[in-house]
Design a protein around this ligand. Structure first.
Ligand SMILES: [Zn+2]
Length: 533
């Protein structure tokens, strides 16, 4: 495959002669990657740049566009193609790999920096593509903190963000998955298999918070899993914290405390096996909320029995049903979850009655009369049929053997903070422990916590133990106990004995200089009305 380039740079003309030149695409890329990012960048940044640049030029090549060697398209420098071995290695190790999104090569943009937020293309230009979404970009922020870079158009990959992420241990695939939402990497210029992303192009972001307080969980009944029922919530609230709680540091606080991890949420006997929606940082995740083979209370029943006896269930958190980008992210996540579950229970997604929407369960006489999720899927050109096909495709695109045991939880990030409860102090989140440790060492007072908030490393320059429980004497006649660290959370009790209590965690929050968590688990108190002993 050859790329036709109009040359403008004198050094390029000196090498190739004047007039448009045709170069093999991979040879061309060897002169693009080191012209766009530093040859000294971490290998995963060079690979991400190679795949992005290849995708960009392939889209134009397919459209018959003649490109040039300037940044109007992509910078190409012929002399660098031969003098930059690391960039060449990155190109060769990713030969043919391009970014793909439902049926085509993506229109792949990138820029030097995005100013700390990834950009929705429709907000920058007139055209919108679903794989460009607005998201905070902590990598770009971290890179700019080290060395300020003028932001470019900000659509797609931030080159300084990618270089920072790669240097801190983030693999090329994760970098691209972050900047091109819902896209997959395909081999052989889009004609080959999915590579790089698991589950055939969709990333499953699976977490777990079992609803142990829900009466359904307490009922303790199990089922032989025969299928999966897809639900959507029917309420405009895409945030997982509305349904899943208490806050694990990723969900965010539900100030109303009305999540489903209680005996009868809203007085109803309801419980599903999982939820898909937004975390506090707006990224999309799946939370498993019941053991998969537990009997859920999700579909009700019909003339022919109850789907609760046979099917795993999950809810997709609805928004106002108009946001195409959000829909695409949760749709892909739901596909990835079903791929995972079908492998785990050896289910055929195309077999009649295996994967069904709630409304289909009603039609089959196995569930109550609800319209979900058909009313939402249809608005974005999808249906339960296309959903099942996507699950099938996802299964074909990955390892054929069924997974006998629940797959391990995907790798989690190590966070560098002063205290786990003080998320505002976070310096960074790292996949690789060694990198997190280095960050803690570089920042006096900082330590490394695992995904559950367990202290795993105290920085070299952090002298005091990060947190040791201590006792306080309450000085107020009546001191409210709150559900969380802040007067914006519910009052769940009061201390009226001016007694001595053990504090096991501290946090900042509205209404007090400092909040302390009671060892009993009863809740949080303002430390302003206590004396440390
Ligand atoms: Zn439903």
């Amino acid at each position: 495959m050859n790329v036709k380039i109009r040359l403008t740079r004198p050094e390029n003309i000196a090498r190739h002669g004047a007039g448009p030149v045709e170069l093999p695409i991979e040879e061309y890329l060897c002169g693009v990657v080191p012209a766009e990012v530093y040859e000294s960048s971490a290998m995963d940044a060079l690979k991400a740049q190679a795949i992005a640049a290849r995708t960009f030029v392939l889209k134009r090549l397919l459209a018959g566009t003649i490109i040039d060697d300037t940044t109007a398209f992509q910078a190409y420098k012929a002399d660098l193609a031969t003098s930059c071995p690391r960039s060449r290695q990155a190109v060769l190790e990713t030969v043919g790999q391009v970014l793909w999104y439902t049926g085509g090569v993506i229109d792949c943009f990138y820029s030097s920096s995005n100013g700390g937020m990834t950009k929705r293309s429709g907000d920058v230009w007139s055209r919108h593509y679903p794989y460009y979404v607005n998201n905070p970009d902590p990598w770009d922020v971290a890179a700019n903190a080290e060395k300020p870079t003028k932001a470019g158009h900000g659509v797609g990959m931030s080159q300084v963000g990618a270089m920072w992420a790669a240097r801190n241990g983030t693999p090329c695939n994760d970098i691209l998955a972050f900047y091109y939402d819902g896209a997959a990497i395909l081999s052989d210029y889009g004609k080959g298999d999915a590579v790089g992303f698991p589950e055939g192009g969709s990333k499953l972001n699976l977490k777990k918070l079992i609803f142990v307080n829900n009466a359904c969980y307490k009922a303790g009944r199990t089922i032989a899993v025969k299928g999966i029922m897809v639900h959507s919530t029917g309420a405009n609230n895409p945030n997982l914290k509305r349904y899943v709680g208490p806050d694990d540091g990723l969900l965010g606080q539900n100030q109303y405390g009305n999540h489903w991890n209680q005996d009868k949420p809203g007085g109803r006997q309801v419980c599903v096996h999982g939820f898909i929606g937004k975390l506090a940082d707006s990224s999309v995740a799946t939370y498993q909320t019941l053991p998969w083979n537990h009997r859920g209370w999700h579909g009700g029943s019909g003339a022919k029995g109850s789907v609760n006896d046979t099917h795993i269930s999950f809810e997709i958190c609805e928004d106002a049903l108009t946001d195409a980008a959000y829909f695409r992210r949760v749709f892909n996540e739901a596909v990835a979850l079903c791929v995972h579950l079908c492998k785990m229970y050896n289910l055929d997604p195309m077999k009649d009655g295996v994967i069904i929407g709630h409304y289909e369960g009603y039609k089959r006489g196995l569930a109550s009369n609800h319209a979900d999720p058909g009313h939402w899927f249809g608005r974005h050109g999808e249906s339960m049929d296309s959903f099942r096909s996507a699950v099938k495709k996802g299964m074909d695109g990955s390892a054929p053997a069924p997974v006998p045991e629940p797959a391990p939880v995907p790798s989690e990030y190590y966070r560098v903070r002063t205290l786990w409860a003080d998320s505002k102090t976070q310096k960074g989140a790292y996949k690789i422990l060694a990198n997190a440790k280095k960050c803690a060492d570089d920042n006096p007072g900082y330590s490394v916590f695992d995904a559950k908030g367990v202290l795993v490393y105290t920085g070299k320059n952090t002298t005091a133990p990060v947190f040791a429980p201590y006792t306080v004497k309450v000085t107020a006649d009546s001191l409210n106990i709150r559900k969380g660290p802040g007067t914006d959370t519910a009052i769940v009790g009061a201390i009226k004995d001016k007694g001595v209590y053990t504090i096991v965690e501290e946090a900042g929050g509205p209404g007090a200089a400092r909040w302390g968590k009671l060892k009993s688990g009863a809740g949080w108190i303002s430390l302003d009305y206590t004396q440390k002993r």
